[in-house]
Every structure is written in structure tokens, then in C-alpha cells.
Write a protein that binds this ligand. Structure first.
Ligand SMILES: [Zn+2]
Length: 199
């Protein structure tokens, strides 16, 4: 790499930090970029900066949004009695594509995993409490992955928020253990929601 221009090496290093891009792919993309139309590359760079600066987590649910609250939290036609708890913003996209949930969401930002240093206070768990107090929620649907951490987090949430008048359910998966929502197809997700069980 030392014989290559340093801006090329810098670009490769930055690209390799992106998810799903290994050193070889990073090199290929960097090679393409340094030979592409400069105007197109400027547009790409500006689009990245604009997206990063304009998109933030919804202060209510944690979904990625340009406005506060997000389009789902701000939509009065959505069923305010149900909150579906998910790990990541991408899970909302998966569930919305399945068209079988009309309630609102709450993004935790991950699952409890002491081995990886993720404790309950590192997640958006306490942000759920004010919602349960101010919104007319009667059902909390836990749509977390089927991993050991997903199970532990579901039980933690159940203990933390159990109260009379609040159903806490967990979606049924037709998926191999350990897999997350984003890998499920729409039909599987729709069935998983229908087949949710009381915790
Ligand atoms: Zn929101």
C-alpha cells in the first residue's frame, strides 16, 4: 500500500469501516471513486453529509427521522394503544413493509448483553416508561430477535413494565433461532405478529 497515493489509502481505510465492506471491497470502491466523474463524487459526498446532518432519532420512539416527532409518532390515525418494541430502526422498515402493524414503535437500540458490555441503561428502555404513562397503551409487543440476549431482554422488559391493564406479548417467529427481524420476509413477519404470545 505504501506506493499508493495517501488520499487513496485514506479513502480505502474509511470505506473499510463501513458495515459489510471488507478490505478488498473497500479497495475496489476506492479505485472506482478516484477515477469516477468528479461532479458525481461531489454529489455523493454532499448526499452523505446532508443525510447524516438531517437525520436523527425520533425523540419519542427512536426511529430515524428528519422531523420531530417522526411520521409514525405524529400520525393520529395510527393505533396508540399498541407499541411494538424493536431492536433497531431497520426493524421498523421490515415491519412496515409487512403492512400488518398499525400501532407505534419503540426502538431500544440493541439488546441487553452483559458479555458485550450492554446493560439496560445503555438502551432506550427507560424512555419507554413516560410513554406508558402518557399514551393510552394497552399492549406492548416485543419484536426482539430470538437470540439468548433477545430472550433475556424480553424477560427484563416484562418484569420492568408489567402492570394491570397492560398486555405484554412477544411475536412468534417462523425463523431459525438467533436471527433478527431484518432478515425475515414480509409473510413470515406478518404471521409472527399474528401469532404473538402473552409473556
Ligand atoms: Zn417516532
Amino acid at each position: 500500500m505504501s506506493s499508493l497515493p495517501s488520499p487513496f489509502c485514506d479513502l480505502t481505510t474509511e470505506l473499510a469501516h463501513l458495515p459489510g465492506i471488507g478490505p478488498r471491497s473497500a479497495e475496489r470502491i476506492a479505485l472506482y471513486m478516484v477515477q469516477a466523474d468528479p461532479a458525481a463524487m461531489r454529489r455523493l459526498a454532499e448526499t452523505i453529509v446532508a443525510a447524516r446532518e438531517r437525520i436523527h432519532p425520533c425523540q419519542t420512539c427512536g426511529a430515524l427521522t428528519e422531523q420531530q416527532p417522526c411520521a409514525i409518532c405524529g400520525d393520529s390515525r395510527r393505533d396508540a394503544t399498541r407499541i411494538c418494541v424493536v431492536e433497531q430502526p431497520v426493524d421498523i422498515l421490515a415491519l412496515e413493509k409487512a403492512h400488518s402493524f398499525t400501532g407505534r414503535y419503540h426502538v431500544l437500540g440493541g439488546v441487553i448483553s452483559p458479555l458485550n458490555g450492554v446493560e439496560p441503561e445503555d438502551l432506550r428502555i427507560e424512555n419507554l416508561r413516560p410513554r406508558l404513562e402518557t399514551e393510552p397503551v394497552t399492549e406492548l409487543i416485543l419484536a426482539l430477535s430470538t437470540s439468548v440476549e433477545g430472550d433475556a431482554t424480553s424477560h427484563y422488559l416484562c418484569r420492568r413494565f408489567a402492570r394491570p391493564g397492560l398486555r405484554i406479548t412477544r411475536i412468534a417467529y417462523g425463523l431459525p433461532a438467533g436471527s433478527g427481524l431484518e432478515f425475515a420476509d414480509e409473510i413470515t413477519l406478518a404471521r409472527a405478529l399474528e401469532g404473538r404470545r402473552e409473556l
